[in-house]
Design a binder for this molecule. Sequence first.
Ligand code: TPP
Ligand code: MG
Length: 891
Amino acid sequence: MNAKTLVPVEPLRAESNEVSEWLEAFDEIVDQEGSTRAAELLTALSQRAQEMGVETPAQLHTPYINTIPVEEELPYPGDRAMERRLEAVIRWNAMAMVHHQNKLDAGIGGHISTYSSLATLLEVGFNHFFHATYGDQPGDLIYFQGHASPGVYARAFLEGRLSEEQLLNFRHETRGKPSLSSYPHPWLMPDFWRFPTVSMGIGPINAIYQARFMRYLEHRGLLPESPRKVWAFVGDGETDEVETLGALTVASREKLDNLIFVVNCNLQRLDGPVRGNGKIINELEGVFRGAGWNVIKVIWGSDWDSLLAQDHSGLLLKRMEECVDGEYQNCKAKGGAYVRKEFFGKYPELAEMVSGMTDEQLARLHRGGHDPAKVYNAYQRAIEHRGAPTVILAKTVKGYGLATAQARNATHQEKKLTEDALAAFVKRFDIHIPESAAKDGLPFLPAKDSPELAYLRERRKELGGYLPHRESPKLDFIAPKLEFFQESLAGSRGREVSTTMGFVSMLRQLMKDPKIGKLVVPIVPDEARTFGMESIIRQVGIYASQGQLYTPHDQEMLLYYREARDGQILEEGITEAGSMASLTAAGTSYSNYRVPTVPFYSYYSMFGFQRVGDLIWAFGDARGKGFLMGGTAGRTTLSGEGLQHCDGHTLVLSSVYPTCCSYDPAYVYEIAVIVQDGIRRMYEKGEDRFYYITMYNDDYAMPEMPQGSEQGILRGIYKFKPAANGKAALQLFGSGPILNEALRAQSILADKYKVAADVWSVTSYTELRREALEIERWNRLHPTEAEKKPYIITALEGAEGPIIAATDYMKAVPDQLAPWLLTRLVSLGTDGFGRSDNREFLRKHFEVNAESIAAAGLSKLVREGKFDARKAQKAMKELEIDPERIDPARA
Ligand SMILES: Cc1ncc(C[n+]2csc(CCOP(=O)(O)OP(=O)(O)O)c2C)c(N)n1
Ligand SMILES: [Mg+2]
């Protein structure tokens, strides 16, 4: 019987002659006219039923058997015996490196069981599918399950790309010896790993947007079309992360047939079964099919074929359908006798079916993901499939072949094997390895001229070389000079504009640059209008893979909603995670495609670091470049929006990302200086860093750039306006629009209280702190040398008196400089939940308005004996400050 015609309709069949007649007729059509014709008939029937108002259940599931029927399988093209031997050695080495290290250094960690379930899925790919190059282009992009890294290292060891020393220093990265990182981290192994994946869910969503970005580059003519694929190996437990499944429809909507997910369905995660009481493969089939993906299930190995062929009654399929994953796990954990009794034994007919098989044979009955022939066929279908992405749901066994750990709940945590278990491993996989290496569980490298290694090399040569491999190409990139942004540097000549508007003009101008304009990738999550980017939409269009299939209602207008196949803007809709994944693809394109695109991701700052912080962490790890533009920034500048929207803390969050340079500019020329230098450092000099820049929607006149302020802007501080009346007794720091409050405070202090103050623009407390820490470390490590001074100290030389630092962010932001400014520093910031009101009242509430700054200055001078306390008290009243009101941090 054709496996495809087996459907679980036994009860119906028994009940009604009519049903069995229909089924027989259908079987005949499949047999005589083929499955395509049968499918057409079914579709026609279903359509007719719908037309007549007959409710039919949505069909998202197929029977619990392989999608590809045996008779449609292609023969395996490789040398199976050779590949089996190779895979066995790789399995051994993957296990040995973890085992060895944990014997040496108990608790250092690593994983054995995940790769053991994944080995065949990867090996078939390495031997037959994963291209390292396509002509002069880099090849397939592969997202590996992060904690299966030992297997990837073990293969690279056989390929001669990693040394034994490296294997033996797995997870010993700080000893000055060649070593290997725990998981895929391009930051730590920049020539090897391309994609950080080990934070569950990050790999899958990034893979989807990677495949989409590849199309974007092709459609825009920045990349030649190639059959290159994005492969993502995903854990079945990992699919519980919202990021894993949350963007599936992007892939189907965009018809990403360059994308293949392989879900390693070993039915287990860390603690236990993924769906003990159900079936993860069924669940995922429904989700992916419902989302429009091509689904290929690889459930059973070839040794099940003959059993299924004997299943005329459909009883075996019924047993397969009713058995839950917890029970399937038992079958692999408890051995052949158990399988006979509990799985087949449930129905005498099935027990009879396997009566000629030994317990050992029953124990060994393969799951599809461990059968190279089944896996090969699935992969082949996947790469040939057109018009939709493919998911392969491959059933495997966690801890496959580890006698005492296979399919056990605790197998994920298995780190080392006993001597007996090592011996059993060698026997189980028939590994030809010297006795001493086998006994000690040490890595084993076959002779260079062994047939196995020759085969491995030959296969990889055929596929264009080795991978994973990450490139750090020399970028032929000339950043525009600062003068290019002349318009932004010149000020607004009294016109009131926001820094956001200023940035949008810069972006528009940048995209007109004949050399790098086309490399700019603006990304927005349904917020372009908020930032006034309509003109950019008109200028370069929104990327739409199908073009614009309708006439937009506003086409008559100058700034209409323009979509185009070669559109430049990535308008992502309301998905900050998806936008971040696009930024990641664009910001690493210099390495993955040798196309150094420069992304500018503009978003509602509140929904950035706190919402997709882990994706940003991975972006840093991936050596991502580009600009995160935090729009509607500030706790008091975004009026009316309140607690959920008013961002007064992202600059604290962004400060923890090692490669993120955070800036909080007040004026458009500051943004111009930061962006120009950013492009130069990232793309011309090749530095692996990215930028977080706040943008505010407060309109005010933008001054012209003061002469010689560039260095200060970039390093984090410069004097913006010295005291007019004599030498300053007080220093006022301001950032973002709060700089204007500091300037107003300067006037209040001078006019009303005869206190002279200098005003400084602090563009980056984080950069100032980093530099100071670096200098301090150097001083600490060089006690015999003359002490160096951090920039914050030299910049403030001669500037006397207390410092009042006011920001639209939390006090923790200026407090970053406390170690160097000591008791001089008083931080005013917006700690506490936001409120809805206008700027004037919000700034009063959070005590960052000019009056609060002035009062704080006077109060601090009192403490230093430089101002009369009663006068300061009176000033508070005059400045409408209620000293007894509740602390806004707690309000
Ligand atoms: C976001 C996140 N949460 C938790 C972990 C810790 N963790 C590492 S592996 C793992 C289990 C993975 O199960 P599965 O995805 O099924 O992979 P398998 O090892 O079974 O192939 C967990 C919870 C992680 N790496 N990332
Ligand atoms: Mg799993």
